[in-house]
Design a protein around this ligand. Structure first.
Ligand SMILES: Nc1ncnc2c1ncn2[C@@H]1O[C@H](COP(=O)(O)OP(=O)(O)OP(=O)(O)O)[C@@H](O)[C@H]1O
Ligand SMILES: [Mg+2]
Length: 242
């Protein structure tokens, strides 16, 4: 598979703390790259640096489809096809669900009216977001459906590369199954995915490769089964082999 995303020497510091330390790796078109690591190891910061939401790197390069994007504003990066979700449900609480989706579509793709409605419908189908929720204010949805709405909003923006930050956090077993099936379905529809998760069985079941971070560094990257048996990973994160 050809490389879709190339990361070179990406670095971000907060004062004396190096949250992302000189990371270099690539993501192939079509893959699901799982990302694991202890709390505070720099996973979400890595997504910030790629999407530039809310900030970019101090140093290093990000190349997407063969062009440098690390100097571009966040909305241009989204327009090129890199869309992220957030660890906490990030939806416009007072807006209706469908308006949340339509606003994002217009912002990123410029589509309005019937075309925007078609994109919204497609995304709802892909993510299984219930259409009878469309006119409810997002604030009235339980956490699981707010997460679903956030993912639907991301998918509706027509991503080539989707950055998912802990979509399964605080979900119960059957909801995690939804995450598993949806990630697989989106990937089968041609979307390359980077998936940050603490739920290891989920990561192991969907990831083509697994990247493990510790204190801003990559300590392992490769076949998920091999990576979870790597002594450095076991010591840093897992406690015992998976
Ligand atoms: N805006 C910020 N200002 C200062 N420090 C920050 C900021 N964002 C992150 N950090 C610090 O950078 C480090 C990496 O944080 P990050 O959120 O990327 O970790 P993470 O791997 O996503 O953790 P978790 O699994 O808990 O979500 C942490 O020490 C965190 O406190
Ligand atoms: Mg995080």
């Amino acid at each position: 598979m050809a490389s879709l995303l190339e990361i070179r020497n990406l670095t971000k510091s907060f004062g004396a703390l190096v949250a992302v330390n000189d990371l270099s790796f690539s993501v192939a078109g079509g893959e699901i790259l799982g990302i694991a690591g202890p709390n505070g190891s720099g996973k979400s910061t890595l997504f910030n640096l790629i999407s530039r939401i809310p900030f970019g790197a101090n140093r290093g390069e990000v190349e997407f489809e063969g062009r440098r994007i690390d100097g571009l504003p966040d909305h241009r990066i989204a327009q090129l096809g890199i869309i992220r979700t957030f660890q906490r449900e990030a939806v416009f609480q007072s807006m209706s669900c469908v308006d949340n989706i339509l606003v994002a579509i217009e912002q990123t793709t410029g589509a309005r009216g019937k075309e925007a409605e078609r994109l919204a419908d497609e995304a709802c189908d892909l993510v299984d977001f219930p259409k009878n929720f469309h006119n409810l204010p997002a604030a009235t949805l339980p956490v699981f459906y707010q997460k679903q709405l956030m993912l639907t909003t991301a998918v509706a923006q027509n991503p080539k590369l989707l950055l998912l930050d802990e979509p399964a956090s605080s979900l119960v077993e059957n909801e995690i199954d939804w995450v598993r099936q949806t990630v697989s379905r989106l990937n089968a529809n041609g979307i390359t995915i980077m998936l940050i998760e603490h739920v290891l069985p989920l990561l192991m079941s969907v990831s083509t490769r697994l990247l493990v971070m510790e204190q801003g560094n990559i300590i392992a990257l490769g076949d998920p089964r091999k990576v979870t048996r790597d002594p450095a990973v076991v010591e840093a994160y897992l406690g015992q082999p998976a």
